[in-house]
Design a protein around this ligand. Structure first.
Ligand SMILES: CC/C=C\C/C=C\C/C=C\CCCC(=O)SCCNC(=O)CCNC(=O)[C@H](O)C(C)(C)COP(=O)(O)OP(=O)(O)OC[C@H]1O[C@@H](n2cnc3c(N)ncnc32)[C@H](O)[C@@H]1OP(=O)(O)O
Ligand SMILES: Cc1cc2nc3c(=O)[nH]c(=O)nc-3n(C[C@H](O)[C@H](O)[C@H](O)COP(=O)(O)OP(=O)(O)OC[C@H]3O[C@@H](n4cnc5c(N)ncnc54)[C@H](O)[C@@H]3O)c2cc1C
Length: 664
């Protein structure tokens, strides 16, 4: 039934002000207004159609992406959109493209690592897209181990130039998005060599293609690396391969904020830490955390709406069958993901604040919070992307068979999202960085250095090693201090256990390798604590709107108690709670799910996604799923003709053969 809201009865059940929740989700009334306007602008423009992506071949798909990128830029200029509006518009176009790397990594790399002069020269060109750039770090042979990169950048004092060279096959740049077919420029990372001395990895701005005919410049070999996971999905992106054969660039194209090479060829380090060369990765990891909440909330919105529409079993006395959302098992799988989407939103907000704060400090030559920023961005990027990838797949299963159809929107969302577990740092490699930070923090406890920021709880480690939870009844788990106490004790005890075991090794690096599984678990426990504590902090703010804060409290408790239940072994084995307290947490969780149930549709409506953005028949706002699924099936190219191509050629003779055999 066209025009009927099949989910109206669910919307009427909501016990909170959905419009006020929309503001909390967006971050502010202003952010909601902009995102609402930009998402509708994209949704209402047929040029941004995306429902046919799974059917297109690679070349068609890619050309379509280029068309959309050019059209988006045209609209941004015509409508005189601000930077904020333009960035929102691009995100609602919802198609991985070279522009993501241009705006998301090339421009930030120049901003973060360039000198004032370099910013003045390159930023206007990049901002007007008179040049298009990518971020060329990873090579065929090395991605995680950045110090292992092999590309060489050798200073030639005779000509005042750098000579860039790919000395081996494994030194070929491999993966950079936007590189394969479109970028005119790249920030290339390679080993800086002056006067025969290797100074390690540094960044350089390199022109790759002619601005006249787009052909690769002399000495440069460049192309696309081929099809990736999923059909449409990430294949709209031209991830590329790049080789240099003694390519020369002027000396002033080395990004020289962290260190520089003088005209005489002298290597000079400035007073900023060398780790700032990795600064773009910190920036992007921070944005990936907020993006995780967006991707997970999309999947959860689809699965929640469909779970309210779908009915199976339980018809009694003329009543309809049960909505699958009423099954407790469905709730126990779905509602923690809903809670996680909100949790990641708030921890993403906090991480953005932390990053901005670090940047402000860096301007004033205060580098003290850089290790904290690195550990938090690395750890939270790892935690949220792993949980989101698993969560999207769980949402597909929550939608039963129909979740496997491309028209559910979930297969493509998964295929596009899942590489986030790998890019911008493999998730295990990043957790090991967090573990290093934790071990370093513990090793410095005796020196009187007070741990601050997210590791401040380590300053109370002696107390946390002894603490016992005082939860006596299920409702006690609603108390934020009970939850925080348990998560802090678990994280501290896991880290301390690792530190004790590490101290038994004469070679600490050997110990680190041997104990790496335990270290990863300790890092995960620490990151879960950060998410829980930032959700609790958020609830200390004034949050207006009928029932909004109460519902967020419910979601916060679900996030925490779900993880407590899931990792019960950890909490019990470290002795911070008893098995009785663990089972009380589970009782409380059941009651919390019942409180979410009437509000579930309202909570996903608060994400304010258009049907265009969701791109899912199962997640349609009006819940009109079955007629639309039926209609959609007939649009498949296979249904263009009653008899498919190939039938006469291959199947007809087979059938005739069988007929003959049958007659024999
Ligand atoms: C807005 C739009 C957003 C995005 C764009 C859109 C779409 C994006 C789509 C795809 C983009 C994908 C792009 C990429 O993938 S780019 C390539 C990313 N590559 C990686 O992430 C590589 C991962 N590896 C590393 O980061 C490092 O090599 C390492 C694992 C950290 C190890 O480095 P190494 O030099 O060997 O370091 P250590 O010896 O372990 O550490 C030395 C010292 O430095 C500290 N450290 C390390 N990293 C950082 C950092 N980033 N910032 C600050 N400090 C750092 C480390 O803690 C240690 O400190 P100590 O005090 O212990 O000495
Ligand atoms: C879609 C996509 C887009 C990308 N875009 C870009 C881009 O724009 N620019 C760019 O420069 N790069 C890009 N990359 C590359 C990406 O950053 C790397 O692939 C990523 O950092 C992982 O590195 P790797 O491939 O070397 O993995 P590897 O390090 O080879 O990982 C393989 C396995 O080894 C394990 N491992 C590795 N080291 C350790 C260790 N020390 N301890 C324990 N286990 C370990 C990992 O956990 C993993 O299981 C992109 C990658 C993808 C998939």
């Amino acid at each position: 039934m066209e025009g009927v809201d099949h989910l109206a009865f669910e919307r009427n059940k909501a016990q909170f002000d959905v419009d006020a929740m929309k503001i909390v989700w967006a971050g502010s009334s202003h952010a909601l207004e902009v995102s609402d306007r930009m998402s509708r602008l994209v949704a209402s423009d047929p040029a941004f159609r995306k429902d046919n992506r799974a059917m297109l071949g690679r070349k068609e798909l890619f050309k379509n992406t280029l068309r959309k990128a050019a059209y988006a830029l045209k609209r941004i200029i015509e409508l005189r959109l601000s930077e904020e509006e333009a960035s929102m518009l691009r995100s609602f176009v919802d198609e991985p493209a070279f522009t993501d790397l241009h705006w998301g990594m090339f421009v930030p790399a120049i901003k973060g690592q360039g000198t004032e002069e370099q910013l003045k020269k390159w930023l206007p060109l990049a901002q007007k897209m008179q040049i298009i750039g990518c971020y060329a770090q990873t090579e065929l042979g090395h991605g995680s181990n950045v110090q292992g990169l092999e590309t060489t950048v050798t200073f030639d004092p005779k000509t005042d130039e750098f000579v860039i060279h790919s000395p081996t096959l494994t030194s070929s740049k491999w993966w950079p998005g936007g590189l394969g077919k479109i970028s005119t420029h790249a920030v290339v990372y390679g080993r800086l060599i002056t006067d025969g001395q290797d100074h390690g990895v540094h960044g350089f701005i390199v022109q790759l293609r002619s601005l006249d005919d787009h052909l690769p410049l002399p000495g440069i070999t460049v192309g696309d690396i081929g099809m990736k996971f999923g059909n449409g999905a990430y294949n709209t992106m031209d991830n590329g391969v790049l080789r240099f054969d003694h390519v020369r660039i002027p000396r002033d194209q080395m990004l020289m904020r962290v260190s520089r090479v003088t005209r005489e060829g002298k290597y000079v380090q400035s007073n900023v830490p060398r780790q700032l060369v990795y600064g773009t990765m910190v920036y992007v990891r921070q944005t990936i955390v907020s993006d995780a909440s967006t991707a997970l909330s999309r999947a959860v919105c689809i699965a929640t709406r469909y779970s309210a529409v779908r009915r199976q079993f339980g018809a009694t006395g003329g009543n309809p069958e049960s909505q699958v959302i009423d099954y407790k098992t469905q709730q126990a799988r779905l509602f923690p993901l809903l809670a996680s989407a909100y949790a990641f939103r708030f921890v993403g907000e906090w991480l953005k604040w932390l990053y901005t704060d670090v940047m402000t400090r860096l301007q004033a030559n205060d580098f003290s919070t850089l290790p904290e920023a690195h550990a938090c961005t690395a750890g939270l990027k790892s935690l949220t992307t792993s949980a989101t990838s698993d969560g999207i797949e769980e949402c597909r299963k929550l939608c039963g068979g129909h979740g496997y159809l491309c028209s559910s929107g979930l297969p493509e969302l998964f295929a596009v999202y899942v590489p986030t577990c790998t890019y911008e740092g493999d998730n295990i490699v990043l957790l090991l960085q967090v573990a290093r930070h934790l071990m370093k923090t513990i090793s410095q406890l005796g020196s009187g250095k007070k741990p601050v920021g997210t590791v401040a709880y380590m300053g109370r480690v002696e107390q946390l090693m002894e603490s016992r939870s005082d939860v006596q009844k299920a409702e006690d788990w609603l108390n934020p201090s009970a939850v925080l106490g348990a998560f802090e004790a678990r994280a501290a005890r896991k880290s301390v256990a690792c530190a004790k075991n590490l101290s038994k090794f004469s070679n600490p690096e050997e110990g680190f390798l041997e104990l790496s599984n335990d270290l990863v678990e300790a890092a995960r426990a620490h990151c879960q604590l950060i998410v829980v504590s930032k959700f609790i902090d958020k609830l200390q703010q004034d949050i207006p709107g009928k029932g909004v804060k109460q519902l967020l409290e419910v979601l916060c408790s679900i996030y925490a108690l779900f993880h407590l239940h899931k990792h019960l072994g950890d909490f019990l084995s470290t002795g911070c709670i008893t098995s009785k307290q663990g089972s009380l947490a589970n009782d409380q969780l059941r009651s919390l799910y019942s409180q979410v149930r009437p509000n579930a549709i309202g909570l996903v409506d608060a994400f304010n996604y258009t049907d265009h953005y969701l791109s899912s028949i199962l997640g349609r706002y009006d819940g009109n799923v079955y007629p639309k699924l039926y209609e959609e099936a007939w649009k498949d190219p296979l249904n263009d003709s009653v008899i498919p191509d190939g039938f006469q050629e291959y199947i007809r003779p087979m059938l005739k053969q069988q007929l003959r055999n049958a007659r024999l």
